[in-house]
Design a protein around this ligand. Structure first.
Ligand code: SF4
Ligand code: SF4
Length: 602
């Protein structure tokens, strides 16, 4: 798998510190680092940091000591890490620093389809763009070498199709160069005040100019047979690989000159001049026109000329259309812009989040519900999530809603923010401190399922276990909430719907009281996929009686996947294999047709 190849490459390069925050499509990189380092008995520090900014800063400092360090994240994680990232270009590094920012054109599982290569250009650091897992692994080594040669962080930008593709890759031995940590103090550089920044910026510009002429970053050239003189294709990443496949399918591969750009920024000046010698140039890259902008030639067919679509993934089907138009071949059938709709994603059967969202929507039918990023985003299906923006935004947005309404002098609506435990550690804490200090009268429900569930069950700081499985000092959410200045804190079993509704009402009274402020409820329910489900512990076997009228309310408003529609009878039944016996649906049916099985678990 591409992510495993990258993880293997990091270990083979003798990396000493590897950090990450989980996020698709990058999550498996750090897991591979753990697995391969154990296998090779290579000693390194590896951590799931609380967020990408922290992960970047930990790896950066490790590189100051002369050791190699790697930090991996998904592309929106780089937004979080952008502050240390931007300055690190100016100050540079000592030991090689590899940043893996995995992009998600499409997007498949992200809130944007932003192009990290653009971010690299913005920060003025080189970026490598692999077209397959093997190349991604090879580029890890090149990235470390360039980083050390030019004392600059280097970005590797795989996309989902590279991260999740599978390919046989050659394995190499692990570098064991025996480096020891040695931090050389240099306040002008490592503490650079504005007085020194212009000099550092000048040095960065010079570094980039030298790097652009480095033969190791020159694009690969595949000459055509002269059938189409003056015409060339320039591509990078997996889009270039797709384009090659499509040219093969069309039977015209050898008729056109092809350039694979492996380092889209900075582009070698010789290459730019060479491309400008062509009459017709097609640029295929994902997702922004990074190469195209540097070629600065109006004859280019690409995103600026709108031959290549400016949004969405460059699938082989899209590229087939582009190439057919550019090369004057018979047009392909039109491409549907979007993937065909699949089944709507929903929370798992027996998930404690569903119980909480059901309780919130029932208690406050006119409430405002800012949500957050995680599997619990799916609370929107239950009418209990109104906004989803970025990691940690739910609490801040809840405060914003409150302040906007409260100043009108009329009764303010109940505002309930929901946030998962991992997201709370990631960026919920500053938002909670801010809301408490600004006396926002909001309810915050922390959905604590004991893991980072959506990205593959990585540990949170509360769990007391490191990325390698070793014991660590647990950090308590309860203590953090108290330390944030929150006076109202309650803890609850997510499955006890009646008690939870009672707590929500108590929290609302507190918010509206004379000295009201932020009310926090920690709702605990281990993830049902973790094997420690609290739902299984409650063991409420349920059945649907003949009272079922087929109104579908339990399907449309509650949508537990274990509730199944029977076309033959026009009623609902229980899918025994899927049912986790959480018993929450006992509260849902307006006619009381869902009942407990007499005698308990069944
Ligand atoms: S008890 Fe009801 S809500 Fe719980 S998993 Fe079974 S069908 Fe779904
Ligand atoms: S079980 Fe209840 S809510 Fe579900 S369809 Fe039947 S009557 Fe409606």
């Amino acid at each position: 798998m591409g992510n495993e190849a990258i993880g293997r490459g990091i270990v083979e390069c003798g990396c000493a510190v590897a950090t990450s925050y989980p996020g698709t499509p990058a999550s498996e990189i750090l897991e591979a680092v753990v697995a391969f380092s154990k296998e090779a008995e290579h000693r390194l520090h590896v951590e799931w940091s609380v967020n990408e900014k922290v992960a970047y800063e930990v790896a950066l400092a490790a590189s100051y000591t002369g050791k190699r360090a790697a930090v991996s994240m998904k592309q929106v994680g780089l937004n979080v890490a952008s502050d240390p990232f931007m300055r690190s270009a100016y100050l540079g590094v000592k030991g090689g620093l590899l940043l893996v920012s995995a992009d998600d054109p499409g997007p498949h599982s992200s809130q944007t389809e932003q192009d990290s290569r653009f971010f690299a250009m913005f920060a003025k650091i080189p970026v490598l763009d692999p077209s397959c897992p093997r190349e991604a692994k090879e580029m890890v080594r090149l990235a470390f070498e360039l980083s050390e040669a030019y004392e600059i962080p280097v970005m590797l930008r795989p996309t989902t199709r590279v991260c999740h593709a599978r390919q046989a890759v050659p394995l190499l031995d692990v570098d064991r160069d025996g480096r020891t940590a040695r931090f050389e103090k240099d306040p002008k550089r490592w503490c650079a005040t504005p007085r020194f920044v212009t000099d550092l910026h000048r040095a960065l510009t010079e570094k980039l100019a030298r790097l652009a002429a480095d033969p190791r970053i020159a694009p690969s050239f595949f000459p055509g047979d002269g059938t189409r003189p003056g015409t060339c294709l320039v591509g990078s990443g997996v889009a270039f690989a797709h384009a090659w496949d499509v040219l093969d399918e069309l039977g015209v591969t050898g008729t056109v000159d092809r350039y694979q750009v492996t380092v889209p920024y900075p582009l070698p000046p010789d290459f730019v001049a060479c491309v400008q010698g062509y009459e017709r140039i097609l640029v295929i890259e994902e997702t922004y026109p990074v190469i195209e902008m540097q070629l600065t030639d109006r004859r280019i067919a690409g995103r600026v000329s709108k031959l290549v679509p400016n949004e969405g993934e460059l699938t082989p089907e899209v590229i087939r259309q582009v190439l057919a138009t550019f090369l004057g071949l018979a047009p392909s059938p039109p491409v549907e812009g979007r993937r065909p709709p699949g089944a709507r994603p929903t929370l798992c059967a027996g998930c404690g989040h569903r119980a909480v969202y059901y309780a919130i929507s029932q208690t406050f039918p006119r409430g405002i519900f800012p949500g957050d990023i995680g599997c619990y985003t799916l609370g929107m299906n239950l009418g209990a999530v109104d906004t989803v923006h970025c990691m940690g935004a739910g609490i801040s947005q809840a405060a914003g809603f409150y302040h906007a309404y409260a100043q009108d002098g009329t009764a303010f609506p109940t505002v309930v923010a929901t946030i998962g435990d991992s997201t709370f550690f990631h960026s919920g804490i500053p938002a909670l401190v801010n809301a408490a200090s600004q006396q926002a009268r909001i309810i915050v429900v922390i959905l604590d399922n004991g893991t980072t569930a959506m990205t593959g069950h990585q540990p949170t700081p509360q769990l007391g276990v490191t990325a390698t499985g070793a014991p660590a000092r647990p950090v308590s959410i309860r203590d953090l909430v108290r330390a944030s200045g929150v006076a109202f804190l309650r803890e609850a079993d997510a499955y006890d719907v009646d008690a939870f509704i009672g707590l929500l009402r108590e929290a609302d009274r507190y918010c509206r009281g004379e000295n009201g402020g932020v009310a926090v409820i920690i709702a605990s329910s281990p993830c049902v996929l973790s094997g420690e489900s609290g739902a299984a512990g409650t063991a409420h076997a349920v059945r649907v009686t003949e009272e079922c009228s087929g109104c579908r309310e339990c399907l449309d408003m509650f949508e537990c996947p274990a509730l199944v529609w029977d076309d033959a009878t026009g009623t609902v039944g229980i899918g025994r294999a899927a049912c986790n016996q959480c018993g929450v649906c006992l509260h849902v049916c307006p006619t009381g047709a869902i009942v407990a099985v007499a005698g308990g678990a069944g």
